[in-house]
Design a protein around this ligand. Structure first.
Ligand code: NI
Length: 169
């Protein structure tokens, strides 16, 4: 297994549309294992393939405190949404910045597992946020796209400042 490099905003590759997975082979299983390793290494709760510059419809998540509830979704699609929630989101491609985003409270998701087996699941609360956030990545969208230009610029300036400080430290 290996830890993959995570693209950071404003890398234009984060705007790539991911293509459906058609081969459920050893390469896919290895890639999913690497995504989990990368996400856990970065202390993230979710990661989309787009963020590691692989443009296939794969996402991983683990919202548990104990980091022992790995969820991998291949070719996931939201087929139902209910309610709304405001949740403070962060993103491994935006180190150090967080912002409130309004999304659906509950989602029904149709997906495949790494073997290609189709299933439907329901998610609510933080897991529903995570799935919506990661699916956006696969469509080339990022969470700051939801913010007002003023708020977005403020956060991106803050991120740039932190990046410079980290580089000079
Ligand atoms: Ni993200």
């Amino acid at each position: 297994m290996s830890v993959l490099t995570i693209l950071e905003f404003p890398d234009p590759r984060l705007r790539t549309q991911a293509a459906p997975v058609t081969a459920f082979d050893a390469e896919l299983k290895q890639f999913v294992a690497d995504m989990f390793e990368t996400m856990y290494d970065a202390n993230g709760v979710g990661l989309a393939a787009t963020q590691v510059n692989v443009h296939k419809r794969v996402l991983v998540a683990d919202m548990s405190e104990e980091r022992n509830q790995p969820l991998a979704l291949v070719n996931a699609e939201i087929i139902g949404k209910e309610g709304t929630q405001v949740y403070q989101e962060g993103c491994l491609s935006f180190p150090g910045i967080y912002a409130d985003v309004t999304r659906a409270l509950k989602v029904t998701v149709k997906a495949q597992d790494v073997e290609g087996k189709a299933f439907t699941m329901e998610a609510e609360g933080p897991l529903a946020v995570c799935i919506q956030h990661e699916l956006d990545h696969l469509a080339g969208k990022v969470f700051v796209d939801y913010l007002s230009p003023l708020k977005r610029n403020m956060l991106l300036k803050r991120m740039e400042k932190q990046r410079k400080q980290a580089a000079s430290a």
